[in-house]
Design a protein around this ligand. Structure first.
Ligand SMILES: [Zn+2]
Length: 220
């Protein structure tokens, strides 16, 4: 904990004075353009990975970067998605999985969750991805986990489209959906490509999008 307090003191002394104008502007308003949904894993740092400043990313983090499908009893993730889309008007949502994900490793390896009932229940939101991943051959356990991470991103992109606010923004052609997988060791990102339905290197294909916003004309 001492490291955190020392870090805060350093922030107050060094980082904050460099951004006083930004923080003064942000004191009463925020206009983030992107909702970034990723895992709680300590090694995934959205603002570092995307080089964004305060005020630029609206973030949801949980075990396994999961977005439960919309239901009559929506929870915190659903409320946060709704606020980001319907109130803040984000134009992009990124669902970002990552390498060596503990949650997806547990799902891929069918790890017994009897001693972690909350985690086990939560990870059932990745069930459709698990079923698809199980149906495919994998060269190794590591490949199976890696594939699970990708299938989970695809499944959560499907889940988020059951949310009314997302449906409406998509219908209006105002919202792009992105599926990313971040590799911790190499710092690279693979992104789901709408056309090929494959993950491609974002550095090689920076325009890659999982589900581009439909234009109003195209939707009509
Ligand atoms: Zn994770």
């Amino acid at each position: 904990m001492q490291a955190l307090i020392e870090g805060f003191l350093k922030f107050q002394k060094e980082a904050f004075p460099q951004r006083t104008d930004l923080f003064k502007h942000l004191a009463t308003t925020q206009h983030p353009g992107t909702l970034f949904i990723t895992c709680s894993d300590s090694r995934v740092v959205p603002e570092l990975l995307t080089q964004q400043e305060p005020g630029e990313l609206f973030v949801i983090r949980n075990a396994g970067n999961i977005v439960p499908s919309y239901s009559p009893h929506p929870g915190g993730v659903s409320a946060t998605v709704e606020y980001a889309v319907a109130v803040l008007g984000v134009t992009d949502i990124v669902i970002c999985g990552h390498s060596d994900c503990g949650a997806m490793t547990a799902v891929a390896k069918c790890t017994c969750m009897d001693h972690l009932p909350a985690v086990g229940s939560w990870l059932q939101h990745a069930e459709s991805a698990k079923v698809i991943n199980e149906s495919r051959p994998h060269a190794s356990e590591a490949a199976k986990v890696s594939s699970m991470v990708r299938e989970n991103v695809i499944a959560q992109l499907a889940n988020i489209q059951t949310h009314p606010s997302v449906r409406l923004a998509r219908e209006k052609g105002l919202l792009n959906l992105h599926g990313w997988v971040y590799d911790i060791e190499t710092g690279s990102v693979d992104a789901l490509d709408a056309n090929s339905h494959r993950f491609v290197a974002l550095c090689e294909y920076p325009d890659t999008c999982a589900l581009p916003a439909r234009s109003a004309e195209a939707a009509a």
